[in-house]
Design a protein around this ligand. Structure first.
Ligand SMILES: C[S@@+](CC[C@H](N)C(=O)[O-])C[C@H]1O[C@@H](n2cnc3c(N)ncnc32)[C@H](O)[C@@H]1O
Length: 255
């Protein structure tokens, strides 16, 4: 999965937001940065370019992601870590960053409490979360194609997880429960540009947990072909562009 994720999804969906988040991080002039849920390192690389004097510890729950990320971006110090139970000492980082990871944490207040613990008193927490699936052109087209290809049985992963934490009021209350205060919540819309509808379809089908949901099915091959055909019919052949919206949050320790 890390290879498919890195090849098909990162350049189209994740790198544009990594550039945005890295510029915001660099403006804070951090010295010691902890990245959570770093995946294959899209934000890690953007950060090291935008803030070249900062030291960056990049972490992720998934060992395969850590292996892929550390091979791709060796300038960071990579470590396997669950965001809800961080293996780092108190107050060791002046910035904690996380790109499109918080939606995956089963207990977000617990993860945010860990962020608070490892931040210096003046430190900042900077992260983003996707908007509703309807605000993501490629994600919405993929989910529609999946539902048409396997009516009533389509995995709801995109809606439930990456696009399931979209309410800034809930984010603020989860932060508050962990002893953090929300500073800003900026809605950002960027363009996703893919070489073809087929490449973005392959990315969702092979680089996300949808892949595991289809794997055990005898008709997986037919479903995959149907999804790709439907996405191409809807988006057109050749290079394709769609808008995608996320909210970028900053928080601090109020004490
Ligand atoms: C959509 S990917 C984002 C990866 C990367 N930040 C990027 O922008 O490409 C979500 C990542 O969250 C990680 N993740 C899921 N649960 C986690 C947890 N409890 N603690 C740390 N990382 C977690 C996954 O392994 C995955 O790499």
């Amino acid at each position: 999965m890390p290879e498919a994720y890195e090849r098909h999804l990162v350049p189209v969906l994740f790198r544009p937001f990594a550039t945005d988040l890295a510029a915001r991080a660099a403006a804070l002039r951090p010295r010691k940065v902890l990245e959570l849920a770093a995946g294959t390192g899209a934000l890690t690389s953007a950060l090291l370019t935008a803030a070249p004097t900062a030291s960056v510890v990049a972490s992720d729950l998934n060992e395969a992601m850590v292996a892929a990320g550390s091979a791709r971006e060796p300038r960071a110090d990579w470590q396997q870590a669950d965001a809800q139970e961080l293996p780092f000492e108190d107050g060791g980082f002046d910035l904690v960053v996380c790109q499109f990871g918080v939606m995956f944490f089963p207990d977000r207040p617990a993860a945010y409490a860990e962020v608070r613990r490892v931040l210096t008193p003046q430190g900042r927490f900077l992260f983003n979360s996707w908007g509703p699936l309807s605000t993501h052109g490629f994600g919405a087209a993929f989910q529609d194609a999946l539902e048409q290809s396997m009516p009533g049985r389509a995995p709801a992963f995109l809606e439930d997880v990456p696009h399931g934490y979209t309410d800034p009021a809930l984010v603020a209350s989860d932060l508050e429960a962990a002893g953090l205060a929300l500073d800003t919540a900026d809605e950002v819309t960027l363009d996703a540009v893919a070489a073809s509808a087929a490449s973005i379809s392959t990315g969702f089908l092979t680089g996300t947990p949808v892949s595991a949901a289809l794997e055990s099915r005898r008709d997986a091959r037919t479903i995959r072909a149907s999804v790709t055909r439907r996405m191409t019919d809807r988006l057109g052949s050749g290079p394709v562009t769609a808008a995608m919206t996320a909210t970028v949050y900053t928080a601090h320790r109020p004490d």
